[in-house]
Write a protein that binds this ligand. Structure first.
Ligand code: ZN
Length: 296
C-alpha cells in the first residue's frame, strides 16, 4: 500500500516536473540525507549499500554534482542550469564511516550540517536517544580536506522561530564561530533546525554572516536563487533506486508540496481524523512515511 501511494504520488508529479523542467530548466536539486547506516531501522537512516548505489547513479548522470558554494557563482551569473548538491543534516558519525569513503572515492562534494553542542558531546536528538554518536572536529577536518564542508545546524538544534533577537543571534553566531575556530575561517552555510524559519530568522542568518541557508521546502532551485531559502529533496530509507531517480527528476515535488501545505490548505484536521486508518495501511508514521518532508 505504501509503495502504491508513493507510485501514485510520483506519477501525478511526473508531468508537472517535466513541464517545469521544460519551461524553467532543471535547476539545482539539493538532496537531504540524515544518517547513512543499516541500524536503527528508521526512515532517516539510508543503508550504506543503498547510499553507494545512489551516489554511483549521480556520478554517472548528466547533471554535475556541485558544492553548495558553487551556487554563489551561479547566482552571480556563473551559468549553472542543471546540477545536484548533497547535504547531510545533524552530523552523525556514521557519515564518516559509511558516506565519506563513497564520496571521496567518487570525488563528490557535499555539505554536512553539524550542531556544535553535539560535536562536543553536549546533547543529542530524542529520535535516536542518548547513545548516538556525532562527528567530532577531527573527523570534520579530515572531511573538509577532501571537499566535504561543514555548515551550521544551529548551536543546540533548537527551532529558531519565536526566539528573541539576542537568543537567535546566539544560536546563529556562536555556532558559526565554533565552526570557524575549530575548522577554518571560510564562509559557511546554515541549515535551519527542523527546517523551521520565517523572515526574521532569514534576516538573522544574513546578519550573522552566513553564505545562505537551506530549508525543507521541496523542489529544485532556479536562478535567481533565494540563497536563504534554498529548497531541498529528502532521501529516505524507503526510496528504491527507481524512487531515487524519480526524486532527482522532481516527480515527488508536487506530492511533497501538497503534503507540506496540508495545514495551509485547511485540511490539517483531516490528518487527525484519518491518521489511525492511514496507519493501518502505511505503517506507524502514516503518510509521513510515504512522503518526505519529515526532518530532524
Ligand atoms: Zn536536524
Amino acid at each position: 500500500m505504501r509503495k502504491a501511494v508513493r507510485r501514485i504520488s510520483a506519477a501525478g508529479g511526473w508531468l508537472p516536473a517535466r513541464l517545469a523542467r521544460w519551461l524553467k530548466g532543471p535547476g539545482v536539486r539539493i538532496l537531504t540525507y540524515h544518517r547513512v547506516a543499516a541500524q536503527p531501522e528508521d526512515r532517516l537512516c539510508v543503508p550504506p549499500s543503498q547510499f553507494k548505489r545512489q551516489m554511483e547513479v549521480l556520478s554517472s548522470g548528466s547533471a554535475p554534482v556541485i558544492s553548495l558554494s558553487r551556487l554563489i557563482t551561479a547566482a552571480g551569473g556563473g551559468g549553472i542550469s542543471s546540477a545536484v548538491a548533497l547535504t547531510f543534516d545533524d552530523g552523525y558519525d556514521d557519515l564518516y564511516h559509511h558516506a565519506f569513503p563513497v564520496l571521496k572515492r567518487l570525488g563528490l562534494p557535499a555539505t554536512v550540517f553539524v550542531v556544535p553542542e553535539f560535536v562536543e558531546g553536549r546533547g543529542f536528538l530524542d529520535r535516536f536517544g542518548p547513545g548516538q554518536k556525532f562527528l567530532d572536529w577531527e573527523m570534520l577536518r579530515e572531511m573538509e580536506a577532501a571537499g566535504i564542508e561543514a555548515g551550521s545546524h544551529g548551536l543546540t538544534h533548537r527551532e529558531l522561530i519565536g526566539f528573541h533577537d539576542k537568543e537567535l543571534d546566539r544560536e546563529l553566531e556562536k555556532s558559526l564561530l565554533a565552526l570557524k575556530s575549530n575548522l577554518d575561517d571560510r564562509p559557511r552555510w546554515l541549515a535551519y533546525p527542523r527546517g523551521r524559519f520565517n523572515p526574521e530568522v532569514k534576516t538573522a542568518a544574513r546578519r550573522a554572516g552566513y553564505l545562505g541557508a537551506v530549508t525543507v521546502l521541496p523542489g529544485a532551485n532556479r536562478a535567481p536563487f533565494d540563497l536563504f531559502g534554498l529548497r531541498r529533496t529528502e532521501i529516505s530509507r524507503d526510496d528504491t533506486l527507481f524512487d531515487f531517480r524519480l526524486k532527482v527528476a522532481g516527480a515527488f515535488d508536487l506530492g511533497h508540496a501538497v503534503w507540506q501545505r496540508r495545514g495551509a490548505a485547511g485540511v490539517a484536521n483531516f490528518k487527525e481524523y484519518a491518521r489511525p486508518g492511514i496507519k493501518r495501511f502505511t505503517g506507524k508514521h502514516g503518510f509521513d512515511n510515504v512522503f518526505s518532508g519529515e526532518c530532524e
